[in-house]
Design a protein around this ligand. Structure first.
Ligand code: TYD
Ligand code: MG
Length: 457
């Protein structure tokens, strides 16, 4: 009999390689390739002449049977989901261990159960007593939530099939499950894929909502949930660093809503509490008189968020000055620095530069360019950004300041939080429609002149 051919699967991205190697060429990860023995029985054969069942074909106008969204009652969670949970859908909640995935799901399920929704929470990581203790801390002891601890997929499916299907099932986490007909260990790509696949098809068959927790690990020992992203309907990632109390739940894929929507939470002694007005919280400790700080009027999905960007620029004699960036892309910082050097002659190449987005949020939109540039020049010139002023705009390689999306919403949020001015692209000047005084700019040189009217001394 022919020996089953081994394959080497990347536990980060699921790519299959013919031999073991240290680096996965597909995703660039190191030490993430593991050996797996494929199943011998599942070799694909031709369909032969046998006929299948005729599938039902309908039109777009078929009315939905039920209320389409199930609201959890945690508004920030519902917002990230695009308005609530959708019947028969599968949602993946990914994030670093300890970030708060189990906590938010327990809170959401507890709240749903209190409104009479049949919810089941299956944990493969914690004992029932531990979950009960946590529920007590979260003030959920009275909630009629069903709890179970299990790791065998067959047991879970048998249990689910034995009674009425619950409306919502949580699996915490997908990496602890194993299917006993597959040889590889729990947490490997094939196990994670098969277990998720079975649970998702259960969801579609019975109309149950399945929420899967997936850990993302840096060393790639456990299958990263990224291999599941294409299988589920919605992918939410929990972000934030453990040194900060803020947690951001971000939708990176959503078949039933917009992506980039965020829900903002604060980790407290009694679980995660919602932050309905993140701008006020992110700006609460700000000292606006210090040079090197600029407030970005940013957008997260459809929601405007004001954030403080801090920069520290110091002349350095080292051959390779230090660059340290937290919360922003370092490649983008290099680009802004190069534009400021080349187009405005600031000579930042010889400076140590530290850049930080306050509050632990990660900013990825190009509209932050101008705020970063303002913070950098303000620190270099030792001139604070004018009081009560927000900044937004994209910087192009030519040194032009380009317009960004949703300027109106950004300015409205700034107005709401008591700001009185905006530094912005001149192409976006809103005549008369905003109470903010608009300092509009077309080139980065205008920004430099603003802070250094006499040039660099
Ligand atoms: P957890 O939800 O267990 O993380 P995950 O499931 O993503 O691994 O969160 C654990 C962290 O949250 C832990 O470090 C303690 C903290 N925590 C609080 O600060 N307050 C609380 O009320 C709870 C339940 C947890
Ligand atoms: Mg957990």
């Amino acid at each position: 009999m022919a020996r089953a051919k081994k394959s080497y699967v990347c536990s980060n991205c699921g790519a299959i390689h013919g031999r073991w190697q240290g680096k996965c060429e597909d995703c660039g990860g190191w030490n993430c390739i593991t050996e797996e023995v494929p199943q011998t029985s599942g070799a694909p054969k031709g369909l032969s002449g046998k006929k299948g069942r005729i599938i039902e074909i309908t039109g777009l106008d078929t009315p939905a049977e039920d209320t389409p969204r199930l609201k959890t009652g945690i508004d920030e969670f519902d917002r990230a989901l695009g308005g609530g949970l959708v019947k028969a859908s599968a949602v993946l909640i990914g994030g670093d261990p300890g970030i708060g995935k189990s906590t938010i799901l327990l809170q959401a399920m507890g709240k749903l159960a209190l409104t009479g929704v049949d919810c089941l929470y299956i944990s493969g990581e914690e004992a029932t007593a531990q979950i009960q203790m946590r529920a007590e801390r979260l003030g959920l002891t009275g909630a009629p939530l069903k709890l179970a601890t299990a790791t065998n997929l067959r047991d879970i499916l048998t249990t689910l099939d034995s009674g009425n299907p619950p409306r919502v099932v949580v699996i915490d986490s997908i990496q602890t499950l194993y299917a006993d007909h597959v040889e590889s260990a729990p947490g490997t790509v094939s196990q994670v894929r098969i277990c998720a696949n079975e649970l998702i098809s259960y969801a579609k068959r019975k109309g149950t909502i399945v929420l899967l927790v997936g850990h993302v690990t840096k060393d790639g020992q456990i299958a990263g949930p990224r291999v599941l992203e294409h299988m589920v309907d919605t992918v939410l990632y929990f972000e934030g660093d453990r040194g900060h109390q803020f947690r951001i739940l971000r939708a990176v894929k959503n078949r039933f809503g917009g992506t980039d929507e965020i829900g903002v939470f604060e980790m407290t002694g009694a679980g995660l509490s919602e932050v309905p007005n993140p701008s006020a919280l992110f700006l609460s400790d700000r000292n606006s008189r210090e040079p090197g700080s600029a407030v970005l009027a940013g957008m997260e999905g459809s929601r405007p968020v004001l954030l403080e960007i801090q920069a520290l620029v110091a002349r350095s004699s080292a051959a390779n000055p230090r660059r340290a960036v937290v919360g922003w892309d370092s490649g983008r910082l290099a680009m802004v620095l190069a534009v400021l050097d080349q187009r405005a002659g600031l000579g930042l190449a010889g400076c140590d530069i530290y850049l930080n987005v306050a509050g632990g949020l990660k900013v990825s939109e190009p509209a932050a360019d101008l705020a970063v540039a303002a913070a950098l020049i303000s620190s270099l010139a030792q001139v604070p950004v004018p009081d009560e002023t927000v900044v937004f705009g994209e910087i192009s390689l030519s040194g032009d300041i380009r317009s960004v999306s949703q300027a109106g919403a950004r300015m409205k949020e700034a107005e709401k939080l008591g700001f009185s001015g905006a530094m912005m692209p001149s192409s976006q000047k809103l005549a008369g429609s905003s109470a903010l005084s608009q300092q509009s700019m077309a080139r980065v040189t205008e920004l430099v002149d603003f802070f250094l009217p006499g040039g660099l001394s």
